[in-house]
Design a protein around this ligand. Structure first.
Ligand SMILES: Cc1cc2nc3c(=O)[nH]c(=O)nc-3n(C[C@H](O)[C@H](O)[C@H](O)COP(=O)(O)OP(=O)(O)OC[C@H]3O[C@@H](n4cnc5c(N)ncnc54)[C@H](O)[C@@H]3O)c2cc1C
Length: 451
């Protein structure tokens, strides 16, 4: 009997379990899915209960299986929802879908497959050449042949200012997904949001929909908002042209040239960026480390706003909020944050000028901490301390092979410890959204079953 233990029952862990269940064939298999939250398939993204928190990918492309990307939209129709395949559906509905996909796979799995759902938190792990032990917070120890780290997103780092005493205020919200934020903020409270990406968009949209009257400030170094989606454009792939390139600046020139062609032909820059998606991981893997570092430092912000877009109707609301002064997007570098017991004073710098803003609450929308050596959870601290995992060279995730074999103290790909999803961001660059995760989940399941 092969025992596979998955740590984390968000989208990555759940889809891996689904693929193991569906492809088990004649294998005698025990799958342990360990999740510290009460609900499987939710994780950070799909655990929200707010209708205003929408998927940022249209329904027609969010299917759970790489060979059936329409599956989610068909499920929506079959379950009585009236969404179009171009619609951006509330994320909580996608969470329900994942749960049902998982339940279906569990119910139709073969008799020789055992699935254990373990409502607990992994806190430590020991590994030898061909097996491991996972230690849970309850004290239970799971003996296992393979461990898959599907731990996804973590708390964001605090804003990088020298004095962090402001973090002790109850009006500082390090976790923008914690319901405490929505329960605590009063209608006329002013909010200062650190970050101008999709998490900030969620926060602003939620307060807008609930008639919030206080002003919302949001800051990032470039002050860039995610670009709005504009569906219906296509562009033929030109990835082969980029595959021979090993310099980011050459790639950038080629992309700009194709954007000009697209715009002359009545298409759109978005279609050019999207045409690269199937090849992005391969292009990234071909790049020398110095070029990856250059991209991370100088271009990733622009890539992120172009690639991780928001629905056009959401962009229209943010425009309106900016026009009527409810939302102000700031561009600059934070230099100091203090809290005097009543208000936060946030200081930031633009080129040569220092500015200051006061707000009642401070919301951290910087995004998940990616440097594992700085992550504070007991499990990650133990994994790092025991050298089962280490940061990748870009500090964007953990060191591993592109197909998820974790590289730790032996410097060789582990035969026991695997990963997928966000932890592979440094290795694959695009590794955090469902289109990548569903492919990884399937490939990794087949690999684990075959080895
Ligand atoms: C706010 C937000 C919105 C997003 N929207 C979209 C979208 O619209 N479309 C899209 O394609 N992608 C979206 N994404 C990307 C998203 O990260 C992925 O789609 C997906 O949800 C990631 O799932 P995951 O399982 O890898 O991580 P997570 O969702 O973070 O799940 C990891 C799970 O592991 C559990 N866990 C961690 N450590 C332990 C431990 N030691 N013991 C037990 N359990 C543990 C956690 O409790 C959690 O449930 C969004 C991300 C965020 C943050």
């Amino acid at each position: 009997m092969k025992k596979i233990t998955i740590i984390g029952g968000g989208a990555s862990g759940t889809l891996l379990a689904v693929n193991l269940l569906r492809n088990a064939g004649d294998h005698e298999l025990e799958i342990n899915l360990v999740e510290r939250r009460s609900k499987i398939g939710r994780g950070v993204a799909f655990g929200t209960e707010k209708d205003s928190h929408l998927l940022n990918v249209p329904a027609g492309r969010m299917g759970a299986f790489p060979d059936d990307i329409e599956h989610f939209h068909r499920w929506l129709t079959a379950t009585g929802h009236t969404f179009d395949s171009h619609d951006f559906v509330p994320r909580k509905i996608f969470g329900e879908y994942l749960r049902e996909v998982f339940t279906d796979a569990a119910e139709s799995s073969a008799k020789h497959v055992t699935l254990n759902l373990i409502d607990d938190e992994a806190v430590d792990m020991s590994v030898n050449n061909d097996s491991g032990e996972v230690i849970l917070r309850s004290g239970e120890i799971i003996q296992t042949d393979r461990v898959v780290l599907a731990f996804g997103n973590f708390m964001p780092p605090h804003p990088s200012v020298a004095d962090l005493s402001f973090t002790e205020s109850v009006m500082y919200f390090q976790d923008p997904w914690n319901s405490r934020l929505y329960e605590t903020i009063k209608r006329d409270n002013s909010l200062f949001v650190v970050g101008t990406g999709l998490s900030m968009v969620d926060v602003a949209l939620h307060f807008h929909r609930h008639g919030h009257q206080g002003k919302i400030y949001a800051i990032s170094t470039r002050g860039l908002l995610p670009a709005p989606h504009e569906l219906g454009h296509t562009y033929p792939t030109f990835a082969d042209e980029l595959k021979s390139m090993t310099r980011i600046t050459d790639m950038l020139k080629a992309v700009r040239r194709h954007i000009k062609i697209a715009e002359t032909d009545g298409s759109n820059w978005r279609a050019v960026i999207d045409s690269l998606r199937p090849a992005t991981q391969e292009l990234w893997l071909n790049l020398p480390l110095a070029e990856k570092r250059y991209f991370k430092q100088h271009l990733s912000r622009y890539w992120n706003v172009a690639r991780h877009r928001m629905p056009a109707e959401v962009a229209a609301i943010l425009d309106e909020m900016q026009a009527n002064g409810r939302l102000e997007i700031l561009k600059g570098r934070l230099t100091d944050i203090t809290h005097d017991g009543t208000k936060f004073t946030v200081k930031y710098k633009t080129l040569n000028n220092q500015h200051g803003v006061e707000a009642d609450a401070l919301v951290n929308c910087i995004g998940s901490e990616s440097s594992f050596s700085k992550i504070e959870t007991e499990f990650v601290r133990n994994l790092i301390g025991r050298k089962h995992i280490r940061n990748d060279e870009l500090n964007l995730g953990i060191d591993a092979t592109p197909d998820g074999q974790v590289i730790g103290k032996t410097n060789a790909p582990s035969k026991v410890v695997f990963t997928l999803g966000t932890a592979l961001k440094g290795i694959l660059w695009e590794s955090t959204a469902i289109p990548e995760i569903r492919t990884q989940a399937r490939t990794l399941a087949l690999k684990l079953l075959a080895d």
